[in-house]
Design a protein around this ligand. Sequence first.
Ligand code: ADP
Length: 599
Amino acid sequence: MKSERLRALLPDVWALMRPRRGLLLIGFFLMVINRLAGLVLPASTKYLIDDVIAKHRHDLLLPLVLAVVGATALQGVTSFSLTQLLSKAAQRLITDLRKQVQAHIGRLPVTFHDSHKTGVLVSRIMSDVEGIRNLIGTGLVEFAGGLLAAVVVMVWLFFISVKMTVVAIVVLLAFSGVLWKAFGSIRPIFRERGKINADVTGRLTESLGGVRVVKGYHAEAREESTFGAGVQRLLDNVLKSLTAMSIMTLSATVLLGIVGAVVMYIGASQIFAGTLTLGGFVTYTAFLAFLIAPVFQVVGIGTQISEALAGLERTREVMRERPEDQDPNRTVSLGPIVGNVEFEGVTFAYEAGKTVLHDINLTARPGTVTALVGPSGSGKSTMIGLVTAFYKPVEGRVSIDAVDLSSVRLDSYRGQLGVVLQESFLFDGSIAENVAFARPDATEAQVLEACRIARVDEFAENFPMGYDTIVGERGVKLSGGQRQRVSIARAILADPRILILDEATSSLDSESEAIIQQGLSYLMRGRTTFVIAHRLSTIRRADQILVVEGGRIVERGTHATLYSQRGRYYDLYTKQHGVESNLFLAPGEGDSVEVESLR
Ligand code: ADP
């Protein structure tokens, strides 16, 4: 990681550590005690050999052994408390961060979600956050403790033999330089790994989620090769870092050999010359390990920290995105609305320069049904997206009861909005939970009432578990019509002022169709309804039909007036349904005729 990027991350690292600085300090303190206690055993060896054994000082043996036992006990206790304190704190940190990142991502605007793969976001929440743990866990503290022990030991080593120590330190410093360089080359590999991981998981989530489409188009082999290529990239990345790591281990081994040989040579010469005792020599070799340990630790800790920083950087990217409700323009809190929706000169583009809606003007009065019809890609869903405030107009304004929607706090608005989509979205939960989704505080009686109106009761009560039947991921165990009934019940329970309907294009059998129509008519009553309409019955019943083409409203009026105008609507309509024999059927009659699509 380049140093300026590292610097940019420091405030975030500090923000994570700050609330836990007391804990980290205690951890460090414990680590110091732990390391110093660890020095007692090798240090006592010198006294054992040179004083107790060589000079036959029986009286010193017991105190020395007791000191070693005490120090070992201290080491045990401190290392246990360290794990308890720091590792647990690190796990709590992950949990907190995951909650934060998930909450944040959930509040980001639809435009953000439109341009980010689900799987990538999942990996932001789960894996990247996991990496950050290393900043708080035992790793850093252990490294700091190791460094401190090394410094203490170094002073000691100088006392025993200046010559040996100077040589050892020179070799170690040279090696640290090599390691530092090597790390510079590994870090980008780690950063890359996180990205590849997210890409691969992202694609995998999509292909598993869309398993029906994959199978339908017999595209299993293509998905296999896409996934294969993804994991291959991951493998290449891991292999690259493994090579770098093994070069490090190799040079570390060589280093140990060199230092060992040098110490052996100088140490033996000094013993011959009488400037070093045998005990001093044994202690020296034992201590040397303490000096070398941090150099090795750098390898492990460096990897962890690289991972942590890379994870932090990616998490930070997401956290910098502004949640929709933090928009400073959204200041108006709506009370209960009547539901008068108005578009005034609305122009919209997803990408600058590519206008999707041109100068749209419309009024949807409370309690009326506005049907949007027109070919695919004409802009119907985009208009709906503006009503739900997923998007903001580029020009003009969308208003609710004369309040500009772009100034409205979303929490005060969306609660009064109900949505029933083509692909009825059911969660992995019970039927009752799915119905109560929009109003978790609803009483059982209210849920049952909504289910009765939407005719969910007819099938739910036949299941052995009744309303507690789990509908599986996306409600796979329910038929299309049953899923729609559940989502109609959900909307009835939510009792929204404004209702958005995206009618299914797929046909249902005429009985289910009739049941769903009844549910929908109940649902639409007294609300401002926008419907992307495909069903004849809905279109006939609409108070106004807007014919959308190329992002413009080309015709508007009721079925009867538009039909008699013989314009675009007439063309679209007769292409699908032939010329109508009785134009003035009462709404509801002829409902069983399925409008395949006006597209
Ligand atoms: P309809 O609902 O009538 O089928 P849409 O409103 O979905 O049409 O699309 C209108 C136009 O906007 C199309 O040209 C489509 O390609 C484009 N479009 C839709 N969604 C997006 C998006 N998220 N980003 C960019 N362009 C989009």
